[in-house]
Design a protein around this ligand. Structure first.
Ligand code: ZN
Length: 354
C-alpha cells in the first residue's frame, strides 16, 4: 500500500502566523530551541515586515535567506546548507518561488517543512511536487513532499494581488475537466481512478462552484479558496500523481509555457485551458464561464494577451507535452491537422465572445 503524509496542522484564519510557536511546540517538540531556516523572497520581507516580525519572534534560533531563483540548483544548495549547518526545520514564507524551493530543500535534507503562503495562486501549496527551473531554464515538476504544517494567514492572502487570487480559482476549476480525462484514461486503459483522490478533487471544486460566497474580499471566501487548493494537493498526494487536478486543461498551459513567453500566472492559463477542455469534452463549459463571471474573472484569451496563433499552436502541441496520460486530446488524434486547426480556431472565436 502506498504511504502518504498529511500536514499535522493547518490554520486558515486572520493572524494565523501568530500560531507558529504553539503548533511547533505541540507537533514538533524536538525542534524547540533548534535552528530553523526561513526561506522567503526579498520584496516580501519589506512588504510584510510586521508579519515577518511576528513569525520570527516565535523562533529561538533561525536564519532568514532570500531565495534568488526557484531553481533546482538553488533548492539543492539550500538542502546542503540545511544538512551542513545542523538546521532542523525549514519554513517557506512567500509565493511559489519561496515555497517550492523550501519544499524541495526540506525534502532533500529530510527535515520538516512548514508552509506559510503569502498568495494562493495554485494548488502547489499542499501538493507533493515542487515546480523548479532546471536544465535549459525550463520548469520541471520534481517529486517533493507535502508540508508538515500550514499557516494560511487570511489577512496576508486578502492583501495579495487580485490576479494571483484569480489564478487560484482558475487552477481549481481544472478539476472539472481533469477528473473527466482521468476517467476517460481509466475506461480505455482498464484502470480505475482512486476513489478518495477523486472525491477530494471533486469536493474541492464543488465547494467553490456551489458556494454563495464568490469573493476575494471576505475572510470566508479566502478561507474556502485555501481549503479547496489544499484539498486538491491532498488528492494528488493520495492518487500518487497530479491526475485528479490536471488533464488536458494543464497540457494546454504547459504547451503555452513551452512555446511562448506569455507572462500569465499558471492558474489563469489553466483557466483558459479548462474552458477549452470542457468544450472539447462536450460538457457544460457555460456553467464554468458563469462561475468565473461571478468572481469577476476575465477568461477571454484575447484580453489576456493570447492571440489566435498562440492559442491554436498551444492546443495543437498540448498532446505532445503529455503523451504519458490519455486525455480528450487523444480522441482527436485521428483528425487531420487542418481540421484540428479549424476546431481550435472555432474555440478561440467562441472564447473571445465571453
Ligand atoms: Zn495547476
Amino acid at each position: 500500500m502506498r504511504e502518504f503524509n498529511l500536514p499535522l496542522f493547518m490554520k486558515v484564519k486572520p493572524g494565523a502566523v501568530k500560531e507558529l510557536k504553539e503548533n511547533l511546540s505541540l507537533y514538533f517538540p524536538e525542534i524547540t530551541g533548534k535552528k530553523v531556516l526561513v526561506l522567503t523572497t526579498e520584496g516580501l520581507l519589506q512588504r510584510l515586515d510586521k508579519k515577518v516580525t511576528v513569525l520570527l519572534s516565535q523562533l529561538e534560533e533561525y536564519e532568514v535567506v532570500s531565495v534568488e531563483a526557484s531553481s533546482y540548483d538553488y533548492a539543492v544548495t539550500a538542502a546542503k546548507k540545511t544538512s551542513m549547518d545542523g538546521i532542523r526545520m525549514i519554513i517557506g514564507f512567500g509565493g511559489g518561488t519561496a515555497l517550492d524551493t523550501a519544499k524541495y530543500a526540506a525534502f532533500v535534507a529530510n527535515v520538516p517543512y512548514i508552509a506559510v503562503p503569502t498568495a494562493l495562486s495554485n494548488d502547489g501549496v499542499c501538493s507533493p511536487v515542487s515546480v523548479l527551473f532546471s536544465k535549459g531554464n525550463r520548469m520541471h515538476a520534481f517529486t517533493s513532499k507535502t508540508p508538515d504544517g500550514l499557516l494560511i494567514d487570511t489577512d496576508i492572502i486578502m492583501n495579495s494581488p487580485r490576479l494571483l487570487l484569480e489564478a487560484g480559482v482558475g487552477d481549481i476549476i481544472s478539476n472539472y475537466t481533469a477528473l473527466y480525462d482521468w476517467e476517460l484514461d481509466c475506461r480505455l486503459n482498464h484502470g480505475q481512478p482512486n476513489d478518495f483522490a477523486y472525491m477530494l478533487s471533486e469536493r474541492a471544486l464543488n465547494a467553490l462552484l456551489y458556494s454563495n460566497i464568490k469573493s476575494f474580499t471576505s475572510q470566508e471566501g479566502v478561507k474556502m479558496l485555501a481549503q479547496s487548493l489544499v484539498l486538491g494537493g491532498i488528492a494528488m498526494q493520495i492518487a500518487g500523481s497530479s491526475r485528479p487536478c490536471s488533464g488536458s486543461d494543464h497540457l494546454f498551459c504547459r504547451a503555452l509555457d513551452e512555446l511562448f513567453d506569455h507572462g500569465l500566472p499558471h492558474g489563469i492559463a489553466v483557466g483558459i485551458g479548462t474552458i477549452g477542455a470542457a468544450w472539447l469534452q462536450k460538457r457544460d463549459y457555460r456553467m464554468l464561464i458563469d462561475f468565473l463571471k461571478d468572481y469577476g474573472i476575465d477568461i477571454n484569451p484575447k484580453r489576456r494577451g493570447i492571440t489566435e496563433v498562440m492559442f491554436v499552436r498551444a492546443w495543437l502541441f498540448a498532446r505532445d507535452v503529455g503523451k504519458d496520460r490519455y486525455t480528450i486530446l487523444d480522441n482527436m488524434e485521428m483528425m487531420p491537422r487542418r481540421m484540428k486547426e479549424e476546431v481550435f480556431k472555432e474555440l478561440y472565436a467562441l472564447m473571445c465572445k465571453i
